[in-house]
Design a protein around this ligand. Structure first.
Ligand code: NAP
Ligand code: G4F
Length: 330
């Protein structure tokens, strides 16, 4: 009988980790999630599959814990998705962001080098590395100009991945993913903040939605589509890096307009601009060129911008209405 392949996902409790775990389970993998110790469980996004994955404790800050986990599991693939991923927090906690998001990658790669160089390694890189890009759309040749400590840390993670590939012949790839969202997106990110806000306003719980820069433009896709690209990158005969994006860009204002109009409201009646939500340095426009991913990986996003917004607003309408349902006495 064919042996089941084992994969480790760091950041399994996050948005992408939860979709990737579902995807790998469907492909027949034994899925191990690396989780850090916390005083309460953080399994909200994986509660529906928690009995089908195995959770192991380790921390990106702790080298030995990572080595021990990899030694014990002996995976064929590792997906390094864990990081401090919120850009504003990286301005408040730049050193910690560097520890998790930059040096954490070296700790993972060192562990691979030590335990088994045949393990295939995926690094979750980001379009934030392009930042103040000199041209649009951005591709692998576009020079980096990060605009936050997060973007700077991700560039370190990107280059250390390439360095371990070149130095030690490890099958290590860096996936430069543009923004991808879903109903499981953290509530502090702008798309989910908008879908939650729209749901609460529609259901009469809140009266306004405070936002920062509405002019910023992003290339937004659906997280469920993007985890497939991660897996495809590790199935190729040669390791290389990829840009994963939809190739379309929309402003935060477009997202807001469409989300409100989906529930028949006019956004202008509810949105308040709060200068405190502007960033010290902004990334104004991101739009990726996914040509290579389409050509080599045969990857294509399935969910478009309109459908993504509808999916997120519908999910939040459901969640918010569940919380306000009167409890029926037994
Ligand atoms: P997310 O929802 O914020 O999840 C981050 C994950 O990292 C969580 O599971 C978190 O665990 C874990 N983590 C943080 N610090 C850790 C530590 N010290 N040790 C172990 N685990 C730790 O992020 P996401 O949206 O799924 O993104 C996944 C990855 O892709 C991230 O690296 C992100 O920077 C990158 N990325 C995301 C996008 C996007 O648009 N979503 C685009 C490009 C790149 P807890 O549950 O314990 O907090
Ligand atoms: O949703 P955001 O916080 O995402 P951002 O900064 O683009 O970063 C996300 O995508 C990256 C990929 O490019 C990932 F690497 C990263 O981990 C993360 O997942 O903000 C999007 C835009 C920004 O320009 C921000 O200034 O929305 C603007 N915005 C306007 N009002 C706001 C708000 N962002 C947030 N979070 N909250 C607001 O109220």
């Amino acid at each position: 009988m064919k042996k089941q392949k084992a994969a480790i996902i760091t950041g399994i409790t996050g948005q992408d980790g939860s979709y990737l775990a579902e995807y790998l389970l469907k492909k027949g993998y034994r899925v191990y999630g690396m989780v850090r110790r916390s005083s309460t469980e953080t399994f909200e996004r994986i509660h529906h599959i928690v009995d089908r994955v195995e959770l192991v404790q380790a921390d990106l800050l702790d080298q030995l814990s990572i080595i021990n986990v990899i030694k014990k599991i002996r995976p064929v693939e590792i997906y390094n998705l864990a990081s401090q991923s919120f850009v504003p927090t990286s301005f408040e906690q730049p050193v910690l962001t560097g520890e998790f998001t930059a040096l954490g990658v070296t700790r993972m790669l060192e562990a691979v080098k030590l335990v088994d160089r045949k393990i295939r390694f995926y690094q979750a890189s980001s379009s934030e590395m392009f930042g103040h890009a000199p041209y649009t759309p951005q591709c692998l040749k576009t020079p980096f100009h990060p605009r936050s400590p997060y973007g700077v840390a991700k560039i370190y993670g990107h280059w250390i991945t390439i360095n371990y590939r070149e130095s030690y012949k490890i099958f290590a790839v860096s996936g430069i993913l543009f923004n991808h969202e879903s109903p499981r997106r953290g509530k502090e990110f702008v798309t989910r903040k908008i879908s939650c806000g729209v749901a609460k306003i529609k259901l009469g719980i809140e009266k306004e939605l405070r936002l920062g820069n509405l002019e910023a433009k992003r290339d937004w896709g659906f997280a469920g589509d993007y985890v497939e690209a991660m897996w495809l990158m590790l199935q190729q005969s040669q390791p290389r890096d990829y840009v994963v994006a939809t190739g379309e860009t929309h402003s935060v204002r477009d997202f807001v307009k469409k989300a409100f109009s989906y529930v028949n409201l006019n956004w202008k009646d509810y949105v308040v601009i709060d200068p405190a939500l502007y960033r010290p340095a902004e990334v104004h426009v991101l739009k990726g060129d996914p040509t290579e991913a389409q050509k080599r990986l045969k990857w294509k996003p399935k969910v478009d911008f309109e459908r993504l917004i509808e999916m997120m607003v519908d999910a939040d309408l459901q969640k918010v209405s569940d919380t306000i349902k009167p409890t029926i006495p037994a």
